[in-house]
Ligand binder design. Structure first.
Ligand code: URA
Length: 492
């Protein structure tokens, strides 16, 4: 007998290494016991550790590894042994997984599906609540950042597997997710773990901010995930000729509405069957609607954006100011939010900051007409002072809510170079607070793998009171734009 002791319930690497060694040594499944935890692995007193995998490497179908990665997170204690049994079968018959009628394959696929559903629910239904800092400080922490805590009870061992999702979504926040088995914590830079917690360790009651509630409504959207995945796999130059592209526009169109219905369903605590029904209707609707290419997809996103109510800013602004420019642009510029004139005109960067931007682009040899220009936040945020509307800086929840649109624009256009003009744009693109002076003038990698550059916002130049300083900073800005232009050409 061989005893395998795995470090954690979701220890895929541990299982894989042990399974490889056992399979190479030809150990049959009935001669292996699998356990999780500290020591104490020897059930019968005659068990040996698994042999090291030092025989010739052997290949397994990618589909098996994908299946195994999900199944390992299942709560069924038999999962390790079941997977090892299938692995042994695959070694003697590489087609073993393709027998859809095989009870073992069916069982493992059902387990993988249950894990995926559990992860999906965690993505969709986990709710953070703001908590006071332990020191009771009014600023919410040493650097003024708020802290959020969520309680969740997954059915399976999925906390580590979902951590990346929450890090990407809430990269700029400090948060903890507490579950009975394991707790994870994100401080804006590092993910750490601690033991499981009790429900009473987490705050209860409604999430505090209306904008946060709105933001949550953006999380659960299968359409969005699929658009992203689909477009990533599909080089844009082939779009015109590919039948799948016919689905792109309808896929995007109305995604918000469908999502809102799903979120509404979850709020009303509809049964799982009803929520599932909505998702099925969503898929069916997509299948039924023909037509579409990159432009149609963009127009569909635009139509959705025009009706955006993801945060409260739509209530006072004149209109959504969406991005504009060619859809095959090599550079995407991202500003902060429309100003007074942009709000009235419905176009980005047409006011004073836009004019300065145009001039600098011209001096840098970059043709604005060849670029796509947009903003991190699509509605004008302002305070009224008499007849004047004074620009007011967007806050984290507004930026987060609006990231939906930037993600849609970037997924569709996939610019080789994206440029953050100022801190709000950088925060939106990177999902965390960035110090411009530290990252300026260099190619950076975005969380989705794209290339980004960060420079100042043109309004910063307009606000500089000292004319010499203004000239100096303007020259630096033109220099940045020129380098970005060269870089975009080099990536062509
Ligand atoms: N400032 C921005 O960030 N965007 C605009 O569109 C106008 C001013």
């Amino acid at each position: 007998m061989h005893a395998v002791l795995l470090a954690d319930e979701d220890d895929f690497e541990g299982w894989r290494d042990a399974a490889r060694g056992l399979a190479v040594a030809g150990v049959p499944p009935r001669e292996v016991t699998w356990q999780v935890g500290q020591g104490g692995g020897d059930l019968f007193g005659d068990e040996a550790p698994p042999p090291a995998a030092d025989g010739p490497a052997f290949a397994v179908p990618r589909a098996f590894l994908t299946l195994a990665q999900s199944v390992i997170c299942h709560s069924d204690p038999e999962r390790f042994a079941l997977l090892y049994t299938l692995l042994c079968r695959i070694r003697s018959n590489p087609q073993a997984m393709e027998d859809g009628a095989d009870p073992l394959v069916q069982r493992l696929e059902r387990m993988a599906k249950e894990v995926r559903r559990d992860m999906h629910k965690m993505h969709a239904f986990l709710r953070f609540r703001e908590v006071p800092e332990p020191d009771g400080g009014e600023t919410g922490g040493p650097d003024g950042a708020e802290r959020f805590v969520a309680w969740f009870e997954p059915d399976h061992h999925i906390v580590r597997a979902t951590a990346g999702f929450f890090v990407r979504r809430f990269a700029g926040m400090r948060w903890s997710i507490l579950t009975p088995e394991l707790s994870i914590h994100w401080d804006g830079e590092r993910l750490t773990e601690s033991p499981g917690a009790a429900r009473t360790d987490a705050p209860s009651g409604d999430p505090v901010e209306e904008t946060w509630k709105t933001y949550y409504s953006s999380i659960f959207n299968p359409a969005r995930l699929k658009v992203g995945a689909m477009l990533k796999e599909m080089p844009k130059k082939y779009w015109k000729n590919m039948p799948e592209t016919a689905l792109v526009a309808p896929l995007i169109a109305g995604a918000q509405g469908r999502e809102a219905a799903m979120v509404e369903a979850s709020k009303r605590k509809l049964s799982e069957a009803e929520v599932e029904g909505l998702a099925t209707a969503d898929k069916a609707e997509r299948r039924l609607q023909p037509g579409g290419n990159a432009l149609a997809a963009w127009e569909a996103i635009l139509a959705d954006a025009k009706a955006c109510t993801r945060c409260h800013l739509y209530k006072h602004a004149t209109q959504t100011v969406f991005g504009e420019g060619p859809l095959d642009a090599r550079i995407m510029f991202v500003g902060e939010q429309p100003g007074d004139q942009e709000d009235l005109a419905g176009r980005p960067f047409v006011g004073p900051a836009g004019q300065l931007f145009d001039r600098a682009l011209g001096e840098a040899g970059v043709d604005r007409a060849q670029t796509y220009v947009t903003n991190a936040v699509k509605h004008f945020k302002f305070e009224r002072r008499g007849k004047r509307r004074i620009h007011s800086k967007p806050e984290a929840p507004e930026i987060e809510a609006c990231r939906w649109w930037i993600e849609q624009e970037r997924t569709l256009i996939r610019p080789p170079v994206t440029v953050a003009l100022g801190a709000t744009a950088a925060r939106s693109l990177f999902g965390r607070v960035m110090t411009i002076s530290r990252v300026r003038g260099q190619a950076l990698e975005l969380p989705d793998g794209g290339e980004a550059w960060v420079t100042v916002h043109p309004s910063f130049l307009l606000r500089l009171p000292d004319p010499d300083k203004k000239r100096e900073e303007y020259a630096r800005f033109v220099e940045d734009l020129a380098r970005i232009g060269e870089r975009a050409k080099a990536l062509a």
